[in-house]
Design a binder for this molecule. Structure first.
Ligand code: NDP
Length: 258
């Protein structure tokens, strides 16, 4: 790592939107750490795709597991010695899309733990470290960027737990923005709409038809790179005096029209 290089952690950065973000931040000059539940071997292709642009490591760590979160930060500290940007991207959809009249508590717990509790407490631990770095490394732009979802406000009655988790992420962004501003740490939400990734692969035909039918103002699927562009602006500190800001990247999906 070049001396003085900034370091970003992108959870779930070995594929999908997270991989798009990790590649973009590497292009921007960040050393990048990524994480996920999969083995290092299964993350190798993603790691190499990031490595084209800069230094990158992968740590196997389930964001829902407190001990794994602590180990993740420790490994970054040992390898890079600092953390400037945390991108809370890792997330899951429910395994089964079930009507909220029937959906099961196990799915609720699984989705909430991965999408809300995990990032909330990872932010807590990362922020504590960033605050300590102000003394050791000095004041610099530091940021926490949460990947939310249009599901924070759009009700899907067959995946209520997902909607609730993302509504929680929106509030977590506000809470941490209010708490961390005094330490020079900006906290933001980037809110994607319908983005092409493995998460949406199963519903591709459904979304193709909806997009064709005029669901979006910008008539195309979103790409991981679209989300990555917004994250890049925030990670580089190009949006000063805007902590708590929400950037919507949804091609106009949530634009109210008459
Ligand atoms: P993918 O399913 O393609 O990728 C999810 C990533 O998160 C994988 O790298 C996965 O790695 C990781 N991950 C999942 N659960 C955990 C966990 N418990 N601990 C650590 N890593 C985990 O999804 P997307 O790229 O589409 O989604 C990324 C984010 O964007 C999510 O938060 C999602 O909710 C959000 N989003 C996506 C939209 C879309 O249309 N695709 C729209 C709006 C928001 P591994 O399997 O190794 O654990």
């Amino acid at each position: 790592m070049q001396k003085g290089s900034k370091v970003a952690l992108v959870t779930g950065g070995a594929r999908g939107i997270g991989l798009g973000i990790a590649r973009r931040l590497a292009q921007d000059g960040f050393a990048v750490a990524t994480s996920g539940r999969r083995s290092a071997q299964d993350a190798q292709a993603g790691l190499e795709a990031i490595g084209e642009f800069g230094e990158a490591i992968y740590v196997q760590a389930d964001v829902a597991d407190g001990a794994a979160r602590a180990r993740l930060l420790l490994e970054i500290e040992e390898r890079f010695g600092r953390l400037d940007v945390l991108v809370n991207n890792a997330g899951i959809a429910p395994r089964i899309r079930a009507d909220i009249l029937e959906a099961r508590e196990e799915s609720f717990d699984e989705v909430m733990n991965a999408n809300l509790k995990g990032p909330y407490f990872l932010t807590q631990a990362a922020a504590a470290w960033m605050i300590r770095q102000r003394e050791s490394i000095g004041a610099a732009h530091r940021a926490v960027i949460n990947i939310g979802s249009v599901s924070a406000t759009m009700a899907s009655v067959n995946r209520g737990e997902y909607c609730l988790s993302k509504a929680g992420v929106a509030m977590a962004t506000r809470l941490w923005a209010a708490r961390l501003a005094e330490f020079g740490i900006g906290v933001y939400e980037v809110r994607p709409g319908i983005i092409e990734s493995e998460m949406t692969a199963g519903a591709h035909a459904k979304y193709d038809a909806l997009i064709d039918g005029g669901l979006l103002v910008e008539k195309r699927w979103g790409k991981p790179e679209d989300v990555a562009s917004a994250v890049s602006v925030l990670a580089r500190g190009e949006l000063p005096y805007a902590t708590g800001a929400l950037i919507v990247v949804d091609g106009g999906l949530t634009l109210a029209r008459l």
